[in-house]
Design a protein around this ligand. Structure first.
Ligand code: NAD
Length: 490
């Protein structure tokens, strides 16, 4: 496990010598320490990224050249999948098979953007303009130095979603991972080093959000901030970035609805419902955490759900068969517990769970929980809990379901469960969310756009949209007529 910051191709201690702890959420033990970057370190890293972009020529490499680095990174991630997944489980608590997916998807993300980097080489093209005395061509260019700030729920994957397209576009990056889960970001730096990525192109600064993250957002030589995290920090970043017009993309929280119609396949629905809220212990921005069930099947669905939720094996993420690991931290456990207690005190029915998982002396384990009888304006129904807590309500009509589903300041994702094709199309079109799943919940694809409406964020990651985030568009217009322009000199 690495301890140091990766700046300009070198491993360094923090300038002020500060360190932070890695706590295993399954045992509550401190298992490691890593450097906690100071503003001075941020300055060094940004200046290295600036130099790599402006002078060393990374921004002028061809897409084909950049693709070779990205493919090497993808290959090494793939070769180290098991080991990286084990680090992710140690750091975040998630079950090992889920961590294996994340790492596999991270490798896939680098592979995908290698292909898009190559395509950029043929991207420049002419466009017809309304005055044929002029010829106009359009090219896209890397936008500069990127400050990438990532959360703790999918550490390596969220870093890959930013670093891979940014490098593919020809940008240089300073990555600041979440302080709770820094291990795989440091390994990503080591992988970039092994892939012989030029010094300064990718820098990784572990450390706190309020110190290192804040210094990165405020740094004058950063051109863009790509952020995934909570809404309040997202707003703060947007305000800071406005000072010098930094580009910003924000991937924030959600309270995504799932609408279950009376004709849904109940067994399949219960399975997706559980996946939608218990996967990664519910610490998923797109978790379908509000479920609306048609009144005619409400009791039946709830009964099956509670039955299955009771069978979920809770345990250390590295143990075989574990489906629900610990929450990421004591703070997260306290927040989830407090949200459930508040709901209970406001009159919600705790249908199952609703407490720390019994049988564990140590570890931040919380039971799979289902809350019912919630008021529409209650915090539990409206706010993101970010834990294994599902809120359910019944509805009578399709119109009511759509209205209640859309009644949220968030708009990241939504799911519709029905066997009626026409209804699936009608309802998915009516839902105000960036991602709508029909008869499923949570699948994501590197090729498809990811991001939210309303307060769930600004912009889209992944697919070609993810690459666009790191490009500027330039028009080059030439006067091609042999005759003079004739405006001043006749
Ligand atoms: P957070 O906002 O606390 O932290 C996210 C990152 O921002 C961390 O790296 C943190 O160190 C940094 N940070 C904190 N304060 C900062 C500051 N003042 N300036 C700059 N950086 C700062 O969020 P979190 O608790 O790590 O993540 C959970 C949140 O992330 C949830 O709300 C979740 O919904 C959201 N999330 C969204 C997506 C998505 O794709 N939309 C994906 C994952 C998580």
């Amino acid at each position: 496990m690495r301890t140091k910051l990766y700046i300009d191709g070198q491993w360094r201690d923090a300038a002020n010598g500060k360190q932070a702890d890695v706590v295993d959420p399954a045992t509550e033990e401190v298992v490691h320490q890593f450097a906690s970057a100071s503003p001075e370190d941020v300055d060094l890293a940004v200046k290295a990224a600036r130099r790599a972009f402006d002078q060393d020529g990374w921004s002028r490499t061809t897409g084909k050249q950049r693709a070779q680095y990205l493919r090497r990174i993808a290959k090494i991630i793939g070769e180290r999948q098991q080991e990286l997944a084990a680090l992710e489980t140690l750091d975040n608590g998630k079950p090992l098979p889920e961590a294996m997916w994340d790492v596999g998807d991270s490798a896939g993300c680098f592979e995908y953007y290698a292909k898009l980097a190559e395509e950029l080489d043929n991207d420049e093209h002419a466009i017809a303009v309304s005055d044929d005395r002029f010829a106009c061509r359009i090219r896209r260019e890397p936008l500069g130095v990127v400050g990438a700030i990532t959360p703790w729920n999918y550490p390596l994957l969220m870093a890959s979603w930013k670093v891979a397209p940014a490098l593919a576009a020809g940008c240089t990056v300073v990555l600041k991972p979440a302080e709770l889960t820094s291990l795989t970001a440091l390994e990503l730096a080591a992988i970039a080093e092994q892939a012989e990525l030029p010094a300064g192109v990718l820098n990784v600064l572990t450390g706190s959000g309020s110190v290192a993250g804040d210094a990165l957002v405020k740094h004058k030589q950063v051109d863009k901030v790509a952020f995934t995290g909570s809404g309040p920090i997202g707003s703060q970043i947007m305000r800071e970035a406005a000072t010098d017009m930094k580009r910003v993309t924000l991937e924030l929280g959600g309270k995504s609805p799932m609408v279950v119609f009376e004709d849904a396949d109940i067994e399949a629905t219960v399975e997706w419902m559980m996946f939608g809220i218990f996967w990664n212990q519910g610490q998923v921005c797109s978790a379908t955490s509000r479920v609306l069930i048609h009144e005619s099947v409400y009791d039946k669905v709830l009964e099956r759900l509670v039955d299955e939720a009771g069978k979920i094996k809770i345990g250390n993420g590295k143990d075989e068969g574990t489906l629900l690991g610990p929450l990421v931290s004591k703070k997260q456990l306290d927040q989830v517990s407090a949200a459930v207690e508040r709901a209970r005190s406001e009159g919600a029915t705790v249908v199952c769970g609703g407490r720390r998982a019994p049988g564990f002396d140590k570890g931040y384990y919380y039971e799979p929980t289902v809350l019912a009888d919630l008021k529409l304006d209650s915090d539990a129904w409206v706010e993101e809990i970010f834990g294994p807590v599902l809120c359910v309500r019944s509805f009578k009509t399709e119109a009511e379901a759509i209205e209640v589903a859309n009644e949220s300041r968030f708009g990241l994702a939504a799911a519709v469960m029905t066997q009626d094709q026409a209804r699936a199309e009608r309802v998915s079109n009516a839902l105000r969310a960036g991602i709508v799943w029909v008869n499923c919940s949570q699948p994501g694809f590197t090729e498809a756009p990811w991001g939210g409406y309303k307060q769930s964020g600004i912009g889209r990651e992944l697919g070609p949209w993810g690459l666009d985030n790191y490009l500027e568009t330039k028009q080059v217009t030439s006067y091609v007529t042999p005759a003079p322009w004739g405006w001043y000199i006749k």
